[in-house]
Design a protein around this ligand. Sequence first.
Ligand code: TXA
Ligand code: MG
Length: 316
Amino acid sequence: MTEIIKVSVKNRKESVVRASEVIKSGGLVAFPTETIYGLGASALNEKAVSKIFIAKGRPQDNPLIVHVADKNIDAYVKEVPENAKKLIAKFWPGPLTLVLKKSSIIPKNVTAGLDSVAIRMPLNKIAFALIKEAGPIAAPSANLSGKPSPTSEEHVIEDMNNRVDMILAAGHCDVGLESTVLSLVDKPILLRPGRVTKEQIEKVIGPISVHSSIYGGEVDSAASPGMKYRHYAPEHQLILVNPEKLDEVVGEYEKQGKKVGVLKIGNIIHFAKIMFEEIRELDKVNDIIVVEATKETGLGMAIMNRLRKASSKIIE
Ligand code: TXA
Ligand code: MG
């Protein structure tokens, strides 16, 4: 049985305390962050962490992010390089995850056996308070593996009801896309683009490189284990189309008698926020989803990265 708590300003403190008790006793709690909902267990409890993989149907070789509520992360990593210090000062709390060499305190299954660990400090008040109360929390996105990331409580309930001990339901997430993931194990390399953009990071630490998987390149590197899985796959075909060809492509499918759901970008920050939700909704009532492509700069890089992964075809 899953206990679903609707969190309001009034019951927030009490809800967080109850959720922290679940975490501390080795249970699973789905909770909101500013990016998407997370599925959390105590990051220092190997047995609790193993339940995450079962609840999500997540492959064991895909490592988790450790969520903290303190900028001092000395206990979890071998060292904090200068670049990490600068980025932490600038972007934490917020949607930037840093991959660093791990200390021995982090259980093996959190990092899927890698000697690095991904760490971030969420900005969302409920997430932050929960971590403060319960200690560091290992959490992937609170969706079933392969489904679009959950940006509202309905998605979490749809995917996780009866798979976790508690769901903290708190409406819609602000950002709507998973955090930016940057590895500082070696030379800085962007593993996943997000709301904190490549350009913003480069302003703080200078030029960084980009993992080839971000542009849909072949993935054979152990540097980015999460990238080899097809993500966010809707049930129906999703086609990513150059804006100039959008009307033509939609017209062709309609001529074939198909029900076509169309998603256009408009305001990019708003689009990021609603993208996963729109895909879930369009998928329920259409035969095919056609999405307008955008530029690969700023937030566009993260949006295109997610859309490419969700798509079965790209028309340029
Ligand atoms: O916004 C977010 O990051 C959300 C919320 C809940 O915080 N979490 C999230 O987790 O998106 P997940 O598990 O869906 O994505 C974590 C990504 C995966 O691509 C994983 O491969 C990568 O981070 N990752 C984790 N640890 C890593 C490591 N040691 N080295 C390289 N990549 C790592
Ligand atoms: Mg995920």
